[in-house]
Ligand binder design. Structure first.
Ligand code: SAM
Ligand code: SF4
Length: 349
């Protein structure tokens, strides 16, 4: 059993050479191979739109950033990207966008999910990452065919959360959304940014324990990277970029040891800090990558932070699953089984 003390010791070890963490990364990768297999699952990422009603202090596409030219993919562009993915052997796509809750947007996502399902004969797995929504909306999208949802808590400490969001963004509401998503039947993913201003190593330890406490199925976490023109970009940095990369890899490895059978993504932000960032993430125990399928013409518009890679992922060097598998985390099936009622004699049904 990994304790808080173990986590602190590992995360607080001197930062500098990635090589020094070799044993930790190898142990995590071996755990991954045993528990979820050595193959990397891919999800094609489609960034629907950079319009957002929120104003998170760290995000390049926050509503208060006038320098961003706003775009919206057409339904045809989204469906074409999903169809290309399906033909290429992807079993899953992620629809991501800035947060909108208006009726037109909710209808549109429902329609897109249904169409992607129809055009793949129900075969394509669909993950949504569209922020905080009403229960009824999550339900409609689930009924339309989405089955996984990514909603990062961003920082599990309510105090740190408050420092990186405007006063009208509520930690409690975000937590409620995570509970509702689970309740509605989704496989739930969350995550945090690593190396935020004001963040301490102890906060990161608490983030890992928070994931375990919430019993998540998937995690997408990565380094915080300053986005020019955002309020947080002018705050003093807590960790250098090299330290953020190393801490992010340690977080992936420790989470794999803590929650062996969940899906853990090697995120794009790792790549923004190191040309082989995502590959390093896989070597540290991650098992999911999300190559970007957003049409190149608008990719520039979805610039969440400085130096966001615009090119496609280099998938050479891994055994990547292109067999149209959904690649669900075994954790989800185990969690469902554990919550099934017991038979009258006390045995599992
Ligand atoms: N709007 C939805 C939401 O917030 O959940 C989905 C899109 S949002 C752009 C996806 C993720 O981008 C956020 O959860 C956040 O962690 C990440 N992100 C935003 N700005 C970032 C930054 N400056 N550095 C690293 N990650 C960032
Ligand atoms: Fe909008 Fe998501 Fe960026 Fe916050 S992180 S401003 S909700 S796109």
């Amino acid at each position: 059993m990994i304790t808080r003390k173990d986590l602190i010791e590992n995360l607080k070890a001197p930062l500098g050479e990635l090589e020094a963490d070799r044993e930790l990364f190898a142990a995590a990768a071996a755990q991954r191979d045993r528990m979820v297999g050595s193959r990397v699952h891919v999800r094609g990422l489609i960034e629907l739109s950079n319009r957002c009603r929120k104003n998170c202090l760290y995000c390049g596409i926050r509503s208060g950033n006038p320098a961003v030219e706003r775009y919206e993919l057409t339904d045809e562009q989204v469906l074409a990207a999903a169809e290309r993915a399906w033909r290429a052997g992807y079993g899953s796509v992620v629809l991501q966008a800035g947060e909108r809750t208006d009726g037109a947007f909710v209808d549109r996502v429902e329609r897109l999910v249904k169409r992607i399902k129809e055009r793949s004969n129900g075969g394509m797995g669909i993950t949504l990452s569209l922020g905080e929504q009403a229960r009824a909306t999550y339900r409609r999208w689930f009924e339309a065919g989405a089955h996984r949802y990514l909603l990062r808590i961003e920082a599990s400490s309510p105090e740190l959360y408050a420092r990186i969001h405007p006063a009208d963004h509520s930690y409690r509401e975000r937590m409620d959304c995570l509970r509702v998503l689970r309740d509605e039947g989704y496989q739930v993913g969350t995550g945090v940014m690593i190396g935020l201003p004001f963040q301490r190593v102890e906060d990161l330890v608490d983030d890992l324990l928070f994931f375990r406490e919430l019993d998540i199925d998937m995690c997408g976490m990565g380094p915080y990277i300053e986005a020019p023109g955002t309020p947080l970009a002018t705050s003093p940095e807590a960790f250098s970029r090299a330290e953020r990369l190393q801490l992010s890899l340690r977080m992936i490895a420790l989470l794999r040891l803590l929650m062996p059978d969940i899906n853990i993504a090697a995120t794009t932000a790792l790549h923004a800090l190191h040309p082989q960032g995502r590959e390093l993430g896989i070597a540290a125990g991650a098992n999911v990558m999300m190559p970007n399928l957003t049409p190149a013409a608008v990719r520039e518009g979805y610039r969440l932070y400085d130096n966001k890679p615009l090119a496609d992922t280099d998938l050479r060097g891994f055994e990547v699953v292109f067999d149209r598998a959904w690649g669900d985390a075994p954790h989800f099936a185990a969690r469902r089984k554990a919550s099934e009622p017991l038979a009258e004699d006390g045995s599992e049904k």
